[in-house]
Design a protein around this ligand. Structure first.
Ligand code: CTP
Length: 480
């Protein structure tokens, strides 16, 4: 294939894959067209350069002025307008784009794209681009379920290699309930981020534990801790974005599991140990963010304990839980897979204590944080950590857990690359090519075409994972 004028995509920081990306949002004429404004706002906020193309029908639902105000750029509405074509030019837009997102992709819009038409601003641009195309369908439930629409989507996915996010299920503007609702703008942004993220962890199997454990005292009471699970969930989501296949073992937490991650819910340390033994059999990296209770009640009362029977004083006998990380470290030996990453929540001598943990738990990396510091540790959205391994201690600038997660993964990936006789996931030429392929597969999985075509499907690959998860008690997979 002849290489076109589109410049090679710059390598992106996986923590901010949309920053600096050129994204064209194509808006078709459907009632959800107004939601494209929120999508454009979110993409702009994430640092993308957004251009908007609209069909004539889309302009009956929302004016180009809205998008022009949001993007601070002219909007492409008319293929045959000499001024527009001279100032914007659909071929230039198509060539420069890193990603084209069609939202809403109406039944009519999908049909035109599937037929390879190029008679309006949106379809001409889509046909001309070599960038990945992400479709966010939105229409009446019966239009979505119609075999012709399903065949069009299948064709767009199978023949053109386009990606699909949504539609979601719900009460539709047409007063029907079912699939047809435009995916939430935030979910479309996440699908876009996935498509633009470097896939340097493609083919890497990552296991993450997260959240607290609850150790039962009786059917109503437990011993727990303040862990929210946010750091671990952020790491699982970040690894998934970079192409890893991720299993998240999540203690009791209010957080929705991240998209595309196979999540197993556990309650206590013993259950976490069982889940971990299974999940780590073939893992490349294990990240232990879970705040595992060190002790559990020696006996769990079958009936709820009554204060009237206990009197003024109650003694609770505790027994030690297994140290899951130390057990993994002992089983694995040093320098072999999986790379083990532990966390150390300290309130003093942070680095020294982290170094001790590195030895006692025989892990490769300890993520140390001072939980006494404001804006670090439990239940907040930010963290300030130091990555301590046998060679160095790297302080990661304080920031959102979603960004800190990528810095932890950067170091874990480097340690994985250093394990005996193993090439870095995307370093060697052949492996890089395999990585690139898996990247596409990974992106598709997140917006899995098959699931999208299932009559009751909501959003993509997570659905597939959810289906899988149904078989096993306690297993659940990514939120749509
Ligand atoms: N951990 C574990 N199993 C346990 C306790 C902790 O796998 N029973 C893991 C945690 O997931 C974390 C790391 O060990 O990655 C550090 O946990 P922490 O509670 O800070 O360490 P402790 O060994 O309990 O040390 P301390 O006495 O400082 O609490």
């Amino acid at each position: 294939m002849v290489d076109g004028p589109r410049p090679p995509r710059a390598s992106r920081d996986p923590a901010k894959p949309l920053a600096g990306a050129r994204i064209v949002v194509g808006v078709c004429g459907g009632i959800a067209a107004y939601k494209a404004a929120e999508l454009v706002r979110l993409l702009d906020k994430a640092g993308a350069h957004v251009d908007v193309a609209m069909t004539e029908r889309a302009q009956r639902f929302i004016g180009p002025m809205t998008f022009q105000a949001l993007t601070r750029r002219p909007v492409f509405t008319d293929l045959f307008n000499l001024t527009e074509e001279a100032t914007i030019g659909h071929i230039q837009l198509a060539d420069a784009a890193d990603l084209v997102v069609i939202a809403p992709a109406t039944a009519n819009g999908l049909a035109r794209l599937a037929a390879g038409e190029a008679g309006d601003a949106v379809s001409a641009l889509v046909l001309a681009t070599r960038a990945p195309v992400l479709l966010a369908p939105s229409m009446n439930v019966n239009m979505w379920n119609h075999p012709l629409t399903q065949a069009n989507v299948r064709r767009l996915v199978d023949v053109a290699g386009y990606h699909v996010v949504g539609p979601g299920e719900g009460f539709l503007a047409c007063r029907w309930t079912g699939p047809g609702r435009l995916a939430e703008p935030a979910d479309i942004v996440e699908a876009a981020a996935l498509l633009l993220s470097p896939q340097d962890l493609a083919g890497v199997r990552v296991v993450v534990t997260a959240g607290p454990t609850y150790e039962a005292i009786d059917p109503a009471r437990f011993i727990g801790n303040r862990s929210s699970g946010k750091m671990g969930v952020a790491i699982a989501a970040a690894a998934r974005r970079r192409g890893a296949s991720v299993r998240l073992l999540l203690g009791p937490s209010a957080l929705p599991p991240p998209v595309g991650v196979t999540t197993t819910s556990v309650e206590n340390a013993v259950q976490l140990g069982w889940a971990l033994a299974d999940a780590t059999k073939d893992a490349d990296v294990v990240v232990m963010t879970a705040a595992v209770a060190d002790y559990r009640p020696a006996n769990v009362a079958k009936e709820k304990l009554k204060r009237s029977e206990l009197g003024g004083r109650m003694e609770l006998e505790l027994v030690a839980n297994p140290d899951l990380l130390a057990e993994l470290g002992a089983r694995r030996g040093r320098g072999r897979r999986p790379v083990l990453v532990g966390f150390a929540a300290e309130t003093g001598d942070v680095i020294e204590n982290a170094r001790k943990k590195l030895e006692t738990k025989r892990c490769d990396l300890v993520v140390a944080n001072d939980v006494a510091e404001p804006g670090a540790g439990f239940a907040v959205d930010t963290n300030h950590v130091t990555l301590v391994d046998r060679e160095q201690a790297i302080e990661v600038p304080a920031g959102p857990k979603s960004e800190v997660a990528h810095r932890i993964l950067d170091r874990a990936a480097a340690l994985l690359a250093a394990t005996a006789g193993v090439a870095p996931p995307a370093a060697a030429g052949a492996k890089a090519a395999a990585g690139a392929k898996a990247a596409v597969a990974g992106a598709k999985a997140a917006v899995a075409p098959k699931a999208a075509l299932a009559p009751k499907a909501a959003v993509k690959g997570d659905e597939r994972a959810r289906e899988k998860g149904r078989g096993a008690p306690g297993k659940r997979a990514g939120r749509a």
